[in-house]
Design a protein around this ligand. Structure first.
Ligand SMILES: [Zn+2]
Length: 282
């Protein structure tokens, strides 16, 4: 299990990935896909900080981790010698035709929504946006169209669902001192609430111990997710049960754990040499 995990990052050919990116300055290219968010996040930080030699000197590359069908993809671009490079936005505001969900409804209206700037399948950048004018029942309308370089098409109906999900999540602020409480309707609601209960008597409990307990209770998937999280986490064996619970909560909310985004651009400043403190228990 442990060895299996280690294989993925080791297979990343950073020399080739960096070379490819250098040949197309300013263009985002996928470096690799990692199983855990922590691994991808750590690699992206390493690329930006120049800790991975192929990307030196530091500041030559931008990089970010993003959701991928198979885990967490790391995307990078060479910004060396590229004047006035446009920062990668966190979100896009798009106008989308909305046909409604009512059966038999044939009208259409344009809904303006906020979505991720990244493809939901592979994490590659979406767009660019172009305005599309059309007429429906004599009414002139305009919506946005875009083609993703990664090749994954975005269907409007799915885009609307994504936007709704963002709205739903926006009502759930990320607290400074997060409480361990299961997300209603989440995949890990019961295991998280169990950990919360266990933490009341043993606040120092480790992730591994809680994974074992969950497994004994039949929550095998939660146990497995926690073990993977602890393995890929820099704190490793020391990873706390609380951090593991918070990770499960983030998963249930559809958010990557500990992602440090700054409005409009990736939080480079915050990344300066924080690799050893990445993770939990902040
Ligand atoms: Zn894609």
């Amino acid at each position: 299990m442990k060895n299996n995990r280690r294989v993925i990052p080791a297979m990343t050919n950073h020399t080739a990935a960096a070379e490819k990116a250098r040949l197309a300055p300013g263009v985002w290219t996928m470096v690799s896909v990692y199983r855990g968010f922590q691994s991808g996040d750590s690699v992206a930080r390493g690329i930006r900080a120049g800790r991975v030699s192929a990307y030196r000197p530091a500041g030559t590359f931008e990089a970010y981790p993003a959701m991928h069908d198979d885990g967490t993809a790391v995307w990078a671009r060479c910004v060396d010698g590229v004047p006035d490079i446009t920062p990668m936005p966190q979100t896009l505001t798009v106008r989308v035709p909305n046909y409604g969900t009512q059966r038999g409804y044939e009208g259409v209206r344009i809904t303006t929504v906020e979505i991720s700037s990244k493809c939901q399948r592979c994490g590659g950048p979406r767009g660019p946006l172009t305005a599309h004018h059309f007429v429906k029942d004599g009414t002139p309308l305009v919506c946005d169209r875009w083609v993703n370089d990664c090749g994954h098409p975005d269907e409007y109906s799915i885009v609307l669902t994504e936007a709704q999900r963002r709205v739903d999540l926006a009502g759930v602020p990320r607290p400074k001192d997060p409480q361990v409480k299961g997300v209603e309707g989440g995949q890990f609601t019961v295991p998280v609430d169990f950990i919360a209960l266990a933490l009341k008597t043993k606040p120092w409990m480790r992730a591994r111990a809680v994974a074992k307990l969950l497994e004994d209770l039949g929550h095998r998937q939660a146990a497995e997710v926690i073990r993977t999280f602890a393995e890929s986490n820099v704190t490793g064996y020391q990873t706390s049960a609380k951090a593991a619970a918070l990770y499960l909560i983030e998963r249930d909310m559809g958010r990557p754990a500990n992602a440090t985004w700054v409005d409009g651009r990736i939080g480079y400043e915050a990344d300066a040499d924080t690799s050893t403190t990445t993770g939990d228990e902040k």
